[in-house]
Design a protein around this ligand. Structure first.
Ligand code: AMP
Length: 279
């Protein structure tokens, strides 16, 4: 397994592999890898000849009051897992090469970035889109796999890719959960044991809404009300948002008709957890 810390070396490797006609699959991550990340790698392996993973905690997507410094990192463990997985190359770019002095160029997917997670994190998706485009330019993949765990992010990257005519397929991969339904996330580490016990409330509330919908409830207001009631019956959670949206363009739905996605963000202690589900 190759480990590249220089952008140029990574570009040279990708260029050579592409010249040999190999399909490059890419999975960008912030490291501290778990089974959710590994499932994306499996998907990339299925679809490509060479799989490249990046590990980079991107300061541009953290607000000053957020957890950039304390975000969990364990490069040694990550490299061990990736080696076992049999990935071909890992890109771990240096901060000062990614963001050289005087950096001032950003990518903004304007409307899709404003709502939902963008409300409480106004510059978050600008940071995400910018780093993903920079990583795409470095790795030059044919396809890139993104987790549905971060559903709004996946839709935004797909939009960016279309809007900027990138020759890259953006592929979704399903959410990997703990046994009790909590979506795996590096940030679950922030939960205390008693908060952790209540954390499956996100999944459970969506499951309940889905069940009500399957029994014929079509009114989103009523479905949301049930979710809020359930979540607020617990001790720790504080709801950031719950929305029912069109899975393609993320427009809000008032009535369930055709495919709809529930998106939600809930604070539990100092962890802001997000999750989503198709209904
Ligand atoms: P992160 O390291 O949190 O930036 O995530 C890197 C990639 O892994 C993103 O595409 C995430 O959506 C994806 N991912 C994170 N957690 C999960 C999960 N539980 N299931 C599926 N994909 C995930």
């Amino acid at each position: 397994m190759k480990v590249f810390r220089s952008i140029k070396k990574q570009q040279q490797y990708s260029f050579k592999e592409k010249c040999k006609g190999r399909v490059i699959g890419f999975v960008p991550t912030m490291g501290f890898l778990h089974k959710g990340h590994l499932s994306l790698i499996d998907k990339a392996k299925e679809l490509s000849d060479r799989v490249i993973i990046s590990i980079f905690v991107n300061p541009l997507q953290f607000a000053p009051n957020e957890d950039y410094r304390e975000y969990p990192r364990d490069e040694k463990m990550d490299l061990k897992l990736l080696e076992e997985k049999g990935v071909d190359a890992v890109l771990i770019p240096e901060l000062n090469e990614m963001y050289p002095n005087g950096f001032e160029t950003y990518v903004e997917v304007s409307k899709l970035s404003k709502d939902y997670c963008g409300r409480s994190r106004p510059l978050f998706f600008r940071g995400v889109a910018t780093i993903v485009l920079k990583l795409f330019n470095t790795v030059q993949p044919d396809l890139a796999v993104f987790g549905e765990k971060d559903y709004q992010q996946y839709i935004i990257i797909k939009r960016m890719s279309r809007d900027l005519n990138l020759p890259i397929s953006v592929i979704p991969s399903p959410i990997v959960r703990e046994e009790d339904g909590l979506a795996m996330s590096s940030r679950n580490l922030y939960l205390t044991p008693s908060e952790r016990k209540e954390a499956p409330v996100l999944y459970e509330s969506m499951r309940r809404a889905k069940e009500l919908a399957s029994k014929g409830e079509r009114n989103v207001k009523n479905l949301k009300k049930e979710m809020v009631k359930f979540i607020e019956s617990k001790k720790y959670p504080r709801i950031d948002y719950i929305e029912f949206v069109d899975p393609e363009n993320l427009k809000r739905a008032k009535i369930l008709q055709g495919p709809t996605r529930i998106l939600l963000a809930v604070w539990i202690g100092k962890a802001r957890l997000i999750d989503n589900m198709e209904v």
